[in-house]
Design a protein around this ligand. Structure first.
Ligand code: G6P
Length: 607
């Protein structure tokens, strides 16, 4: 899981590549490199560490002149994060350079074959087989060599290639990894993500699997895997350039937390008219709804927890059993999925390898598939029968915030939409749609009413462990709250269904152990109160998340976080906001690298 960029035009390539790589650093950041072609010579510069180190080494690109180049930021899969393993990789004759995002599954066999042919390997990467294969097949025509090479590769790859015999040309190849072309005036680009392109151009072409592009300063040609030239549609990116920048905030994560009222509004606004939920993109699914016997939600990480939160609304309103399955488990579980199942795959990036594989498995078993995705044109979006976009805008911080809240919101909307079609006479659907419409405002209120969070973070940031408890919808929000805390602050945080405390976790509760108790669901409020009393009587310090007027909880808790009152079925999208802020401020107190937590990456394209 890595980020790649490419440039050809009239500017010096290296500064453009470095700037693009900075935007892609969220995809991996353990080593980086660029290869720049000057006339008919390729110069490579690589570092272990972040793009800042590469900028320093190349004097912001000045030491690597030339107007054509490719770049890479790495998240190690095959081989440690060293300079040797960093991309770009060069052919043995030094005439071809390659950057790669993805995994070559048959690289061991290819490596042995190439070793027998006399090629030398300098790295432990799977990628290096690609550049040697290209050299092996190259007979004066890069396009032909690319087609022959691609035919030999199994796995996923987005590639950038330059060849010293073709000055001014950059090649980009896509197979199961994201790749976008940027169309400029007298210059062309490619990148793993549009965020690396928007400061240069808003005209882009999304490559599909099996396609490759030949870019020069004044032309863009796209070919299919047999080498036949194909016409591609140019899409205009409507995002504000600012949306991909920090906009005055100290971290992307904080900016993205603050963007949630707007992001959730963008998710909802086009989909509710006169108290009814509308999804034009799901018209084809509507006639099949009555034959759906169960819904399976599958995802990874926070997207999985979004599924856990959305399950309550879907089950309650649609009266269909809803299972929420981790994608990495579902695919190996011989799942009971058939044509009577609707599978909802949730993914912010749309590129999570396990989610893609689970979705494929479910399709093969005959399920109808619906993707809830943020990144337009991503793999999950193209695989599913139906796609609903979350419209959260670019999310850069590795730990998701607006990605999660918009996913949960889409599930609320889907629950209402399905219910309107399955049981049009159900009382109160219009009122519930109105409640969902108030979520952006309530999220803003939840941000505004918790000014004490930095002080609470200062109080709790040294705790070796934090327990999050809740019941029902509160439990779903607790799962994501604990994940946020551990991802960015590195504190041990564990979410527990409050009723399960007495079956184990309570053994860990002692003097001054912080317990974060979510109490926003009136149906289980009394029970939650009992659980607070249980942990308090064992010495715990309770930080309760509840409504301002909830006197019972206010009187027993040591500290408080607030949300405005929201109907429990739809409250997880609001409850999570103070918990995101708490995790953020705890991580800040602990001096953590908030936007790029250690060992994590935003887009997990390995299984
Ligand atoms: C990584 C990210 C998480 C995200 C998960 C699933 O672990 O750090 O924030 O929830 O992947 O990603 P997806 O793009 O499929 O939602």
């Amino acid at each position: 899981m890595c980020g790649i960029v490419g440039y050809t035009g009239a500017q010096n390539a290296a500064p453009v590549l470095l700037e693009g790589l900075k935007k892609l650093e969220y995809r991996g950041y353990d080593s980086a490199g660029i290869a720049v072609m000057d006339q008919d010579r390729i110069e490579v510069s690589k570092v272990r560490g972040r793009i800042a180190a590469l900028c320093e080494k190349t004097r912001d690109g000045a030491s690597v002149p030339g107007c054509t180049g490719i770049g890479h930021t790495r998240w190690a899969t095959h081989g440690a994060p060293t300079e040797e393993n960093a991309h770009p990789h060069l052919s043995n004759d030094g005439r071809i350079a390659v950057v790669h995002n993805g995994i070559i599954e048959n690289y061991i066999a290819l490596r042995e074959e190439l070793l027998r042919e006399g090629y030398h390997f300098l790295s432990e990467t799977d990628t290096e087989v690609i550049v040697h294969l290209l050299e092996y097949y190259y007979r004066g025509n890069v396009r032909d060599a690319l087609i022959k090479t691609a035919n030999r590769l199994q796995g996923s790859y987005a590639l950038g290639v330059i060849c010293a015999d073709e000055p001014g040309k950059v090649y980009a190849v896509r197979e199961a990894s994201p790749l976008i072309l940027g169309i400029g005036l007298g210059e062309h680009f490619f990148a793993s993500d549009v965020t690396a392109l928007v400061s240069h151009t808003r005209s882009v072409i999304y490559l599909e699997d099996g396609e490759f592009a030949e870019l020069s300063a004044d032309s863009v040609r796209v070919f299919d895997c047999s080498g036949r030239e194909i016409a591609k549609k140019t899409t205009r990116i409507l995002w504000d350039v600012q949306a991909a920048e920090k906009g005055g905030y100290e971290h992307f994560m904080l900016k993205e937390i603050m963007e949630q009222p707007g992001a959730v509004k963008a998710t909802i606004a086009p989909r509710i008219r006169d108290g009814k939920v509308l999804f034009a993109e799901l018209e084809g699914l509507v006639p099949h709804l009555p034959s759906i016997r169960k819904i399976v939600i599958t995802a990874c990480g926070s997207a999985y927890y979004a599924g856990c939160a959305g399950k309550y609304a879907l089950e309650r309103l649609c009266r269909v059993p809803v299972g929420v399955e981790l994608a990495s488990e579902l695919r190996y579980s011989d799942p009971l999925i058939d044509s009577g199942t609707l599978v909802i795959a949730i993914s912010q990036s749309g590129e999570t390898a396990d989610t893609i594989a689970a979705l494929r498995e479910c399709r093969e078993r005959g399920a109808a598939t619906l993707a809830v995705v943020n990144v337009v044109g991503s793999s999950v979006a193209s695989l599913a029968d139906y796609t609903v976009y979350t419209w959260a805008g670019p999310e850069i911080a590795v730990a998701t915030t607006k990605g999660y809240t918009t996913q949960v919101t889409v599930l609320y909307l889907l629950a209402l939409f399905f219910a309107e079609h399955l049981y049009p006479d159900t009382f109160g659907l219009g009122r519930m749609a109105e409640t969902v419409q108030t979520l952006p405002r309530r999220i803003q209120e939840a941000i505004d009413m918790n000014a004490s969070i930095p002080a609470l973070a200062a109080k709790y940031h040294r705790s070796p462990a934090l327990f999050f408890i809740g019941r029902n919808t509160d439990y779903a929000a607790a799962l994501e709250g604990a994940l946020k805390m551990k991802e960015i602050s590195y504190l041990h945080a564990e979410a527990y269904a409050a009723g399960e405390l007495k079956h184990g976790t309570i053994a860990l509760i002692g003097e001054h152990q912080p317990v974060i108790a979510l109490c926003c669901n009136p149906a289980v409020m009394e029970k939650s109160l009992s659980n607070i009393v249980e942990v308090k009587s064992r010495g715990a310090e309770v930080l309760a998340l509840t409504f301002r007027n909830n006197q019972k909880i206010l009187s027993v808790a040591d500290d408080l976080l607030f949300i405005p009152e929201v109907e429990a079925l739809f409250s997880a999208a609001v409850e999570i906001v103070p918990l995101q802020l708490l995790a953020y401020h705890v991580a800040r107190e602990n001096g953590c690298d908030i936007d790029k937590p250690k060992n994590l990456a935003k887009s997990v394209t390995v299984e």
